[in-house]
Write a protein that binds this ligand. Structure first.
Ligand code: SAM
Length: 809
């Protein structure tokens, strides 16, 4: 031996000589030295980048060594060189791309040299960013080696049983020149290659050009790998910022030292046990053997994989290890649950976050078509919802097999904060499930008053109905959810609404439950209000005519916040605003009567009127023109029965806000069949002028047989009749009436009752096909008459009939 080492090997040029002599080893010293090495690799081994599925594996292929030396079958001849090549047991030549990180980035080489009967740690500093972790076998902990020791490891100079380098002294050598300690040899075969042939004793002499230097400080730093270290699967120096999450080191427990795993534990059952006992180090050792199929299914966790089991145990280090060993992140268990879904459901949020960043599919659908976000919302796991939506915004409104979005699940389980978060992220508050329920139905079903309030504040319709006709109030009442019922009632839920079984919410409430009394009281109040003619809805005006009508016309609105309409000028007599309208008022055309007092026998009395109304045989289907007596007539203006339209309004009317047609007009007193009701007052225009007006909603055609045609537009000037809506079952009939002239182009449009009209009944007339054939594209009829021809449901049939009719014409 040229260089005697009293503590450390000289850094450069050491050379090992071999002599074929039998060695007398000192096993106890070797073992105690290994024990002293106190390696504290922590399983906080953070892969910097998980290989994507498409990429080839970046990790080297693991060899699968036989754990016992392979004994040759009796008939084996061992004659040729091939027969002597047994599967390798050692890992000396494995190029493992695992790296160690520590704070300084440099540390002493982990090698222990056996020199005679003594053991020495190597004094070389190693840049851990350059040196991958290595070891001679799975029995020996990982370490960083200097270049020299790495070379010697590759040349099988390190004993795979005890991990000590065969540096100087007497050792055993197999035919392939692998070194080990004779005393370590257990089965009579080479612990490197399992060659069962008897080994040879050799003497190795170390040569070094330098004098050995013993540094006391070196002892104090020995063992070299005592510092806390992290394993990484890529060299830290090469890394850009890591793509796989950094798990804060404090979150992971250092693994225990000196873990030994029996070879017969390095199998499926051993790994199950290690995971169940949360023994990360044992799991690491077993995984490293490559003996366990990570795709195998475990009855212990519902036929999931080891990943499911580790998630179930909540063991982040083991999850981390399994991911590093490329377990399938998206494998589903027997109930179609992925490990991510399990983590989310069990509120293992660190694990969930780690799995997301490691590449687990967040949009995967499991049981009942639910994603991990559904699971997170259902279990009120706000942090997981945030992490999942950060990963994929598109999850927000994904529906499961029931048509339920994550928002619905959060509402159904009363997780208001989760619901608020999802709504903030743009979740659709109006999304309907397969039974047309919205989130508010589910909040009501659960009885979550806070969630219901949140949804109502964001404009969810309080009276929305599902396919059964149930409103949220029906649901809350049925479940006897008192607080929720109160919130819904306070937000104007309609107690009078009935579902398809003709039940009100009160009918659904258990008679002995808490909700029955408030619902009953509310229903009584509703009944009292809607049946009391004396009630005072919000009165917006006492007289919209501003004194222009004999009876004031009130304007009320108890439906919404619309103010009194004021975008027109109220007039009580038709006006003309252009020179294009020239009414022929020549006296000669008037033919005034000469009756005294009542017109009973003169030509004026054509039998249109009888006792102050249209005569009983009046033809409402094809009304005749009516010519009333005028100021030129000799008859008594008060007594003459041929004067109705020219008299002041006899009835009382009210302008009111309808539910779906804007403003409307109602009669405040009963009106009998045939009675004159009111006139359609507005501006007389030529058709040409009317064409140029943008709003055609208030035009009334005065079509006549003459060449010129005109209309009345009540858009800018008009009386209350401009607010009379259309009905397919109208109570008014427009009739052309002439009073002060006989110019047939300019009749008065007088509305007569075509049937008895009840108190508070809305007035209506038929706007006709011409109106609806244009307007149906914008809106459809809301008259709700059973014979309605222009509603959303009936318009198609009407159009079809119309087209057939036009074709036949
Ligand atoms: C002459 S205005 C009637 C007054 C109108 N409701 C208002 O608020 O000013 C005609 C307009 O009323 C609405 N309307 C009238 N009858 C309707 C009906 N049966 N269904 C739906 N909308 C109707 C339509 O907007 C139509 O263009």
């Amino acid at each position: 031996m040229e260089t005697v080492v009293n503590g450390a090997l000289a850094p450069d040029g050491d050379r090992v000589e071999k002599r074929t002599r039998r060695r007398v080893g000192n096993k106890s010293i070797i073992q105690s030295a290994i024990a002293r090495k106190e390696r504290s690799l922590r399983l906080d081994d953070r892969p910097k980048k998980r290989p994507s599925r498409a990429e080839p594996a970046k990790r080297p292929q693991r060899s699968k060594p036989a754990l016992r030396p392979v004994k040759p079958e009796p008939e084996d001849e061992w004659s040729g060189p091939e027969a002597r090549v047994a599967p390798p047991l050692c890992k000396c030549t494995e190029d493992k791309q695992l790296f160690m990180e520590n704070a300084q980035g440099r540390q002493f080489c982990s090698a222990v040299d056996g020199i005679g009967d003594q053991l020495f740690g190597c004094c070389r500093l190693v840049d851990v960013t350059e040196a991958p972790l290595s070891r001679p076998s799975v029995r020996v902990p990982f370490g960083v080696l200097c270049g020299s020791h790495r070379q010697r490891l590759i040349r099988h100079n390190c004993c795979p049983i005890c991990g000590v380098f065969c540096t100087h002294g007497r050792f055993a050598q197999c035919a392939a020149e692998h070194h080990f300690h004779k005393d370590c040899q257990q089965e009579g075969a080479c612990p490197h290659c399992a060659d069962p042939a008897p080994c040879t004793d050799i003497t190795i002499t170390m040569h070094s050009p330098k004098q050995p230097v013993f540094l006391p400080v070196q002892r104090s730093q020995y063992p070299s790998t005592s510092e806390a270290a992290l394993i990484s699967i890529t060299a830290p120096k090469r890394g850009r910022s890591p793509e796989v999450p950094i798990i804060p080191p404090g979150q992971l427990q250092p693994i225990r030292d000196g873990t030994t795993v029996r070879l017969d534990e390095c199998n499926h059952a051993g790994l199950v046990a290690a995971v169940e006992e949360s023994d990360a180090q044992r799991a690491a050792v077993i995984l490293e053997t490559g003996n366990v199929d990570l795709h195998s299914r475990l009855p212990e966790c519902n036929n999931g994989t080891f990943l499911h089991l580790a998630v179930q145990k909540g063991d982040l280090p083991i999850v981390y290890l399994l991911v590093a060993y490329r377990v399938d992140l998206d494998a589903l268990d027997a109930e179609q649950g992925s490990a991510l879904m399990l983590a989310v459901t069990e509120h293992r949020n660190q694990i969930a976050q780690y799995l997301i960043t490691a590449g687990a599919q967040v949009a995967l659908k499991g049981t009942d078509g639910m994603t991990a976000l559904h699971a997170a919302a259902r279990t009120g796991n706000l942090a997981a919802c945030q992490a999942l939506l950060r990963a994929n915004k598109g999850l927000c409104d994904m529906r499961d097999d029931g048509g339920w979005t994550p928002l619905v699940w959060a509402c159904e389980h009363g997780f208001t904060e989760v619901a608020r978060f999802l709504l903030d992220q743009g979740a659709d508050i109006h999304s309907r499930d397969v039974e047309q329920n919205v989130a508010l139905h589910w909040a009501a079903f659960k009885g979550s008053a806070a969630t219901a309030e949140l949804l109502l504040n964001l404009n969810s319709d309080v009276n929305v109905v599902n396919v059964h006709g149930d409103t949220p109030l029906h649901m809350a009442a049925r479940e006897d959810c008192y607080n929720c019922v109160l919130v819904l009632l306070a937000r104007r839920a309609d107690v009078s609404l009935v579902n398809k079984n003709s039940e009100t919410a009160l009918d659904c409430a258990p008679k002995t439950g808490k909700c029955f009394a408030p619902l009953a009281l509310n229903a009584q109040m509703h009944f009292a209000i809607s049946n009391n003619p004396q009630r005072h809805p919000s009165l917006l005006s006492n007289d919209i005519s501003n004194g222009r009508e004999q009876n004031p016309i009130q304007c009320v609105n108890d439906v919404d916040a619309s103010p009194q309409p004021n975008d027109y000028t109220y007039i009580a007599k038709t006006c003309v605003s252009s020179g294009n309208v020239q009414i022929d008022r020549k006296v000669g055309a008037m033919l005034p009567c000469v009756c005294t007092e009542r017109c009973t026998c003169c030509s004026c009395a054509q039998g249109w009127y009888d006792q102050g109304k249209l005569s009983a045989d009046f033809n409402f289907l094809d009304p005749p023109l009516i010519f009333e007596c005028s100021d030129l007539c000799a008859c008594n203006a008060i007594l003459c029965p041929n004067r109705l339209v020219q008299r002041p309004l006899a009835q009382r009317f009210q302008l009111f806000r309808t539910q779906s047609k804007g403003w409307g007009v109602r009669a405040l007193g009963a009106i009998g069949l045939g009675q004159f009701v009111c006139e359609y007052i507005g501006e007389i225009l030529t058709d040409l002028e009317a064409e140029s007006r943008t709003d055609d909603s208030f035009l009334f055609d005065l079509d006549n047989q003459e060449s010129d045609s005109f209309c009345i537009d009540a858009r800018f000037y008009g009386n209350f009749a401009r607010f009379i809506n259309h009905s397919c079952f109208p109570n008014l009939q427009p009739v052309k009436v002439f009073v002060e002239h006989r110019d047939l182009r300019f009749p008065h449009i007088a509305f007569f009752a075509k049937r008895d009209i009840a108190v508070n009944e809305e007035l209506s007339f038929d706007y006709g096909d011409k109106f609806w054939l244009v307007k149906y594209k914008t809106f459809t009829c809301e008259c709700r008459a059973s014979c309605c021809r222009y509603s959303q449901q009936s318009i198609a049939a009407t159009l079809a009939k119309y087209r057939i009719g036009s074709a036949n014409d």
